[in-house]
Design a protein around this ligand. Structure first.
Ligand code: SAH
Ligand code: DHB
Ligand code: MG
Length: 227
């Protein structure tokens, strides 16, 4: 083993330690969030939910834009939805869109267990079919995009239509080991590449991609709609 390899391993270990420390201080999962994780596992869902630190970042962003209405595209088992719903003040509303009926049923249970059913609602269908109906409930203060990757540019168009100046648009998986910044043959990566290109260059937005998942190889792209 070369010295270089050892030092890379040490670096990875340091990053893991930082992640653990920050998580334990700022992003502790309660019973409701843990239930959503367990239910997802037992239901055979893929373990592709955001990390606790990303959940807390969503809450920080929701607070920054005084979020009362939040839209999520891609619910899975409701893990990110619970973080988002808990950032809402009394009378706030989260709408989350999910194509898979089995996933949506788990989400409903998870929201109920987490005590957010009064303000969080899952709607079942393809996001691109549901988004036109959501228009009457706009503007949303925060939009979180985390569904299928090829239509990310279309989700961005909808997010721009459904937000207000000062709203925040967050999209997951916008780093992808760096592949999301380069042209690709892959349909999903093409969607992510196009998404990053657009938010980076759109004069209506102030944007940044952040490598900030549990191993710093993937993460959110955050775009603020210019006031
Ligand atoms: N935000 C979740 C993870 C979402 S995983 C969390 O962090 O907890 C992606 C989800 O998007 C899956 O549940 C998948 O079924 C859903 N999905 C995929 N394509 C979709 C589409 N076209 N419309 C709505 N939901 C979709
Ligand atoms: C996948 C999707 C996600 O939204 C994610 O965060 C990780 C992985 C996937 O489809 O593989
Ligand atoms: Mg994701």
């Amino acid at each position: 083993m070369s010295d270089n390899t050892v030092s890379l391993q040490q670096q990875a270990q340091i990053r893991k330690g930082i992640e653990t420390d920050i998580g334990q201080l700022f992003a502790v999962e309660d019973e409701g969030l843990q239930y959503a994780l367990r239910a997802a596992k037992e239901g055979g869902l893929p373990e592709i939910q955001i990390s606790p630190i990303q959940g807390k970042l969503l809450q920080v962003l929701a607070a920054a834009c005084h979020a009362r209405k939040i839209l999520e595209i891609g619910s899975l088992a409701g893990y990110s939805g619970i973080w988002l719903a808990r950032a809402l003040p009394a009378g706030g509303r989260l709408i989350t869109l999910e194509v898979n009926e089995h996933h949506a049923n788990i989400v409903r249970h998870a929201f109920s267990k987490a005590g957010v059913s009064d303000r969080a609602e899952v709607r079942v269908g393809k996001a691109l079919d549901l988004l036109p109906q959501v228009q009457s409930e706009a503007p949303f203060d925060l939009v979180f995009i985390d569904a299928d990757k090829p239509p990310y540019p279309q989700y961005l168009e909808w997010a721009l239509r459904l937000t207000r100046p000062g709203s925040i648009i967050v999209a997951d998986n916008c780093v992808r080991d760096g592949h999301a910044f380069h042209k690709s043959e892959d349909e999903g990566l093409t969607g992510l590449f196009e998404y990053n290109q657009r938010i980076a260059n759109d004069p209506r937005l102030v944007s940044l991609a952040l490598p900030m998942d549990d191993d710093y190889t993937d993460g959110f792209a955050i775009a603020v709609v210019r006031p």
